[in-house]
Write a protein that binds this ligand. Structure first.
Ligand SMILES: [Zn+2]
Length: 291
């Protein structure tokens, strides 16, 4: 065989491999009607990764440091370097520090954040990183619904509802202005209550009542007694609750009173300190913990 013919054969072979790899990636994008939510183990902080049945991906907060990259690599395939949406709930370092590293590693299409002002170095860096990325910026406001697309197998759509803030919160304390969101897929839902204090929980209970129900609740503010009011827990009425916190946190999270409230309601709790990353899967009817 002539050298040129050998080269053509090699090129065809390599192209075939490339096509196979691309199709393999496309096939893997199909989640078979399953939605997964992972509470990543980022120490003291929050980082929640949502993988919708359509393949759309959302990261709510990113913990304090680049540890989030290691955690993301466990729940995302190696070839996936895009995240559709970031939700920095409020500008405290234990929620946004790692998002700066995420923006350096992943392509990000949009960011929905609270209008609450943060004067930390991390807040300024994140602001700059989002601008350099050219990601679309949206100010979170109650009533917004983020469509996460339909499942090709079940036909159900996943979506995120923004429940709070319902006003400009530029000058309020950062936790009070954080973004509370509820993820819905078919008959199942997840409540992400950031570091919202009891005052916000009670306000939402008044507005939404039983519509706050969710199968899984991320306990507010890492299990601090400043969140998890009985009223709110009663309306959310979750099957499971999650404490996202570091083992060695100096605040004593989760507080004893909060653990007791969940015990009284007979709601099993998981804890990123004890359990590591915690992943739930929903098929639109039921939610189960898979990791
Ligand atoms: Zn926090």
């Amino acid at each position: 065989m002539r050298t040129s013919a050998k080269i053509s054969l090699l090129v065809i072979f390599l192209l075939s491999i490339a096509v196979l790899v691309i199709w393999w990636a496309v096939v893997l994008e199909d989640r078979n009607g399953k939605l997964t939510v992972s509470f990543l183990d980022v120490g003291q902080g929050d980082a929640i990764f949502i993988d919708a049945p359509s393949g759309r991906q959302v990261l709510i907060d990113g913990g304090r440091s680049s540890v989030v990259l290691r955690e993301l690599s466990k729940v995302m395939p190696w070839y996936d370097k895009t995240i559709d949406l970031l939700i920095p709930t409020h500008p405290d370092a234990d929620h946004i520090g790692g998002l700066i590293d995420v923006l350096a590693r992943y392509r990000v299409a949009a960011a929905i954040g609270s209008s609450v002002k943060g004067d930390t170095g991390e807040a300024k860096e994140l602001d700059h990183a989002i601008s350099s990325e050219g990601a679309r910026r949206v100010r979170a406001m109650r009533g917004q619904v983020v469509d996460l697309g339909p499942s090709t197998s079940s036909g159900l759509r996943a979506y995120l509802e923004i429940l709070f803030p319902d006003r400009s919160v530029e000058n309020v304390e950062t936790n009070t202005g954080c973004v509370v969101a509820r993820l819905v897929y078919g008959g199942t839902s997840f409540m992400f209550s950031c570091d919202a204090p009891q005052s916000v929980e009670k306000y939402l209970a008044g507005l939404d009542g039983k519509n706050l129900h969710a199968n899984v609740l991320k306990a507010g503010h890492h299990g601090s007694r400043t969140s998890s009011s009985e009223l709110f827990i009663g309306f959310v009425d979750p099957e499971f609750a999650v404490f996202s916190r570091g083992c060695d946190n100096s605040y004593g999270h989760p507080h004893k009173e909060v653990i007791e409230i969940f015990e009284r309601f007979e709601i099993p709790t998981y804890d990123t300190c004890k359990n590591g990353a915690i992943t739930f899967m929903s098929d639109g009817n039921t939610v189960q913990r898979i990791q």
